[in-house]
Design a protein around this ligand. Structure first.
Ligand code: NAP
Ligand code: GFB
Length: 307
């Protein structure tokens, strides 16, 4: 494919395509260029533009705190953006498209590990149900468009993603960017580092650049009705993540656990055998190395980061 459109070009995943060396092949949109909730605007911006494919990363995204506080926006913004982009791409005759779901869309009460076939087998966890159902509808729209129009539209299901260009918003962001930002402030102000919850929940983290590389492959090579999980299938506790961040940021102060804050879902272990079968030699970035790179980038770009 020669010309690919990427939405959410300023985001954690989209920014991986927003680089000098990728400029020739990838066109990136951000929310200032086109508010994807506005169908007329999406149609106007895409009219007559030819792309071999679209990587649709744009979304209303946040951690457990943001998801619980802004359920209405997480539902409306995501269902409008996905519906508009998928339908307008169809009308413009664009044959290949990837949308992003998330492992939090899976049912909360289902036999583990999570596999692609289990996506609609029950209600998601209450802490992110609005976001999860909006995302599930993108999977339904994708399958419907494959069936009626024969389009090579598909979806990927990443686990928790982290890396440079993340959103370091302490209240509404995800755990890794929030902890890096809070640890920085605690170190600079000699105050305790406050962690949400018990530290017992387990998560699987995947580096944003790995997600981007695999998504490039999915757009150009994967053609199945079923979505595909993007995961290292390596679970780690929040406590262990805190220990690594504290070590890498050389924080010597007190760490305190704020159990009034939500633990969210206890775990969401995923089976990555499908993507591993397709890409048996893919080397996932080890969490320790990814965190080290993200923290160095955070410290040297603090003034200009999203926070
Ligand atoms: P992100 O960093 O928050 O980036 C999302 C981008 O979407 C933002 O840069 C924003 O653009 C754009 N956007 C938001 N509202 C928009 C609107 N109304 N119109 C146009 N653009 C809009 O998100 P991410 O972490 O890269 O996530 C990428 C995809 O992966 C999303 O679909 C997300 O649901 C999914 N996902 C994320 C995670 C995770 O842990 N981060 C895990 C699983 C799945 P501006 O910056 O220009 O406003
Ligand atoms: O990343 P996070 O907000 O998302 O939280 P989820 C992960 C875990 O980190 C939870 C703990 O157990 C939190 O209690 N945690 C500890 C913290 N300290 C903090 C902190 O300072 N900030 C945050 N945010 N967490 C999200 C879904 O769930 O996963 C989204 O709500 C999305 O929709 C995302 O799917 C990938 O993993 O709990």
């Amino acid at each position: 494919m020669k010309r690919i459109l990427v939405t959410g070009g300023n985001g954690l995943v989209g920014s991986c395509f927003n680089t000098e060396e990728k400029r020739e092949k990838y066109t990136v949109w951000n929310s200032k260029y086109c508010d994807l909730r506005d169908k007329t605007l999406v149609e106007k911006k895409l009219k007559g533009k030819w792309y071999d494919g679209i990587i649709h990363t744009a979304a209303k995204v946040g951690g457990v705190g943001g998801n619980m506080k802004y359920k209405g926006e997480f539902f409306y913004d995501n269902i409008m953006m996905n519906t508009n982009v998928i339908e307008t791409a169809r009308k413009e005759g664009i044959e290949n498209l990837v949308v992003f779901l998330s492992t939090c869309v899976f049912p909360n009460d289902v036999e583990y590990p999570l596999t692609e076939k289990k996506i609609h087998l029950g209600p998601p966890h209450f802490s992110n149900d609005a976001y999860a159902y909006a995302k599930r509808m993108a999977d339904i729209q994708i399958r419907a468009y494959r069936e009626q129009y024969g389009l090579n539209y598909k979806s990927v299901i990443p686990t928790n993603i982290y890396g440079i260009n993340d959103n370091f918003d302490i209240e509404n962001g995800h755990v890794i960017p929030s902890l890096i930002h809070k640890c920085f402030i605690a170190r600079e102000t000699n105050t305790p580092l406050s962690i949400w919850g018990s530290g017992k929940p387990l998560r699987e983290f995947i580096y944003n650049k790995d997600v981007a590389k695999i998504t490039e492959w999915v757009l150009e090579n994967y053609n199945e009705d079923e979505p595909i999980i993007l995961s290292t299938s390596e679970e780690i506790s929040i406590k262990e993540v805190v220990d690594i961040i504290v070590e890498l940021m050389n924080f010597k102060g007190k760490v305190k656990w704020d159990t009034d804050k939500p633990d969210g879902q206890f775990r969401k272990p995923s089976d990555n055998s499908k993507i591993k079968n397709y890409l048996p030699n893919f080397k996932f970035t080890p969490l320790y190395n990814g965190l080290k790179g993200t923290i160095n980038w955070f410290e040297s770009n603090y003034e200009n980061i999203r926070k």
